[in-house]
Design a protein around this ligand. Structure first.
Ligand SMILES: *[C@@H]1O[C@H](CO)[C@@H](O)[C@H](O)[C@H]1NC(C)=O
Ligand SMILES: *[C@@H]1O[C@H](CO)[C@@H](O)[C@H](O)[C@H]1NC(C)=O
Ligand SMILES: *[C@@H]1O[C@H](CO)[C@@H](O)[C@H](O)[C@H]1NC(C)=O
Ligand SMILES: *[C@@H]1O[C@H](CO)[C@@H](O)[C@H](O)[C@H]1NC(C)=O
Ligand SMILES: *[C@@H]1O[C@H](CO)[C@@H](O)[C@H](O)[C@H]1NC(C)=O
Length: 485
């Protein structure tokens, strides 16, 4: 087939003619007046200005719709039909204030031939290390004997936590029921696990978090072993109650140590180390009120994390943690801050990542951390001692509960009554409103909005778009081969 280009016409001329024919036929109103030679120049200029204005406003309004889709497509609404909800009962984390098990410690000393006064020095060291957090790093003892002990044991800072774990007895596996750490509500068992927190090894009951949040998973990457004692009775993962139930609650007990520290938090969260009740030789009875924030089912698919400004549990983008909650994200901020300021991280953080961060030896914990303790805990500066105030942004949990305690009283006489100490939660009033994350401007809405705008300003439509494509592909080819339609 030979090219049938009209020899009288040059290439540019052909292109202009082709565009001309598109303008004459196309769907956008107004275009054809630009190329109709009968009209006088003034009229054509008028149409040109109108067209440019229309296209300009069309683009402006479309951009506004797109912006709305990306930044304001979800909102938080209020629900009031409280008769129909199940509300979760807050969760408890309890840390015993005596950490190391003397039987395990004696075994360890026998195997490594640590004797006499050395044994006491080592006990003091490891007990304080296990009990350390941002507020008490300065209590870790420091001496030449400890240095030489650590050298003999070849104890790298990376293995501090492993050793503490090995020397701690997980009391949820205690065979004697009275001494077992357990969470109960009458005859029902609620699942309890040993967890690794910023305050060492603690116990958490009544939680919605997955099995990844456990000491064994954080330190060794293995899920905890099933606990046969828990399943001897009816076992639930967490408690919930509805408006008509009175006095729903649970007790986390079975601590034989002299004192405990308790934390209350929502079932969707982990404890916050600076939100504690404090050292107490009795347990605590909490009377909390909670307000839940739920999410519509479709929000996860219809909106990205940036659009809904919240993250679900399984949408972690954290480095050290395999799941996401807001408090865990703040722990990661603390990790990064500690790493920036002290050049290493405390031993109580999970560090099973592809490039593990350096773990602080006990001397650095003593020397560097106490100076900056407030900065690390609050993550912001009051009197700007540090040049770069920390910038750490943590998204909210998509599904969460805000727990406020109305009262937290010592549980007097629990040791005599129950044979051990522990804390309890008891809900007296249920919330009468809750928040719900909803999608109010979905992708379909965006399409309709853009289509409507283009239709309003230009009379443009999907078929018009197809026509445009058709004109500049198939029809162009025909034109090149010299066929005119
Ligand atoms: C609330 O919990 C009860 C008992 O667990 C269950 O039967 C009911 O379906 C739940 N209601 C809602 C709305 O989830
Ligand atoms: C130490 O561990 C043993 C089990 O090996 C347990 O029977 C004992 O009660 C523990 N001691 C303390 C103080 O928890
Ligand atoms: C553990 O730390 C807390 C808080 O600093 C302190 O009150 C408690 O005495 C410590 N426990 C031991 C056994 O030193
Ligand atoms: C902890 O115990 C495990 C298994 O018993 C052992 O392999 C590991 O070496 C111990 N770690 C330390 C620091 O003693
Ligand atoms: C996780 O995402 C948030 C924003 O969604 C971002 O600010 C943060 O830096 C991310 N964290 C990591 C470790 O990538």
């Amino acid at each position: 087939m030979a090219f049938k280009i009209n020899k009288n016409r040059s290439w540019p001329r052909a292109i202009i003619d082709f565009i001309d024919s598109y303008f004459n036929n196309c769907c956008i109103h107004g275009f054809r007046y630009l190329v109709q030679t009968i009209l006088i120049l003034l009229e054509r200029i008028l149409w040109l200005i109108l067209l440019i204005l229309s296209i300009y406003y069309c683009i402006i309004v479309c951009l506004a719709s797109i912006d709305r889709y990306y930044t304001k497509s979800t909102h938080i609404g209020l629900e009031r039909n409280y008769h129909f909800w199940n509300t979760s009962v807050p969760s408890l984390t309890v840390c015993p204030m005596q950490r190391i098990n003397d039987t395990y410690f004696a075994d360890f000393c026998r195997k490594n031939s640590i004797k006499g006064s050395q044994k006491n020095i080592f006990w003091d060291f490891i007990e304080n290390l296990a009990n350390s957090t941002y507020i008490n790093f300065q209590n870790i003892p420091e001496s030449d004997e400890i240095d030489s002990l650590i050298k003999d044991l070849d104890l790298e800072p990376e293995r501090y936590m492993e050793l503490i774990y090995n020397l701690t007895f997980d009391s949820t596996y205690e065979p004697i029921e009275k001494q077992r750490t357990r969470c109960i509500d009458g005859q029902v068992n609620i699942h309890v696990r040993q967890v690794l927190t910023e305050y060492g090894l603690c116990y958490m009951g009544n939680s919605m978090l997955g099995k990844e949040y456990s000491s064994r998973y954080f330190i060794f990457g293995q899920y905890p072993e099933p606990n046969k004692y828990e399943t001897m009775r009816k076992l639930i993962q967490y408690q919930k109650g509805s408006y008509f139930e009175k006095d729903v609650g649970h007790t986390l007990l079975g601590f034989t140590s002299e004192a405990i520290d308790s934390f209350i938090h929502s079932v969707y969260e982990v404890m916050k180390v600076d939100n504690n009740f404090g050292y107490s030789t009795e347990g605590v009875v909490y009377d909390p009120v909670t307000e839940e924030i739920t999410a519509e089912d479709n929000i996860e698919k219809e909106a990205t994390v940036g659009m809904r400004k919240c993250r679900f549990y399984h949408e972690s983008n954290l480095t050290h943690f395999p799941f996401y909650t807001r408090n865990v994200c703040q722990q990661e901020c603390r990790i990064n801050l500690a790493y920036k300021i002290c050049k290493c991280i405390p031993h109580f953080y999970p560090n099973r990542i592809s490039r593990p961060k350096k773990v602080c030896d006990y001397k650095t914990l003593r020397s560097c951390f106490p100076k900056h303790a407030n900065f690390f805990l609050k993550l912001y500066e009051e009197n700007k001692n540090h040049e770069n105030p920390s910038t750490c942004y943590c998204e909210q949990n998509c599904v969460d509960a805000v727990v406020t305690t109305r009262s937290a009283l010592p549980m007097i006489g629990s040791r005599q009554l129950l044979g051990s100490i522990g804390s309890s939660v008891s809900i007296k009033t249920w919330p009468q409103s809750r928040l719900k994350r909803q999608v109010i401007f979905s992708f379909t809405d965006l399409l309709v909005s853009i289509g409507g705008t283009a239709g309003l300003f230009l009379g443009f439509s999907v078929l018009g778009l197809v026509e445009l494509l058709y004109f500049f592909t198939i029809r162009l080819i025909w034109q090149i081969f010299g066929y005119t339609i």
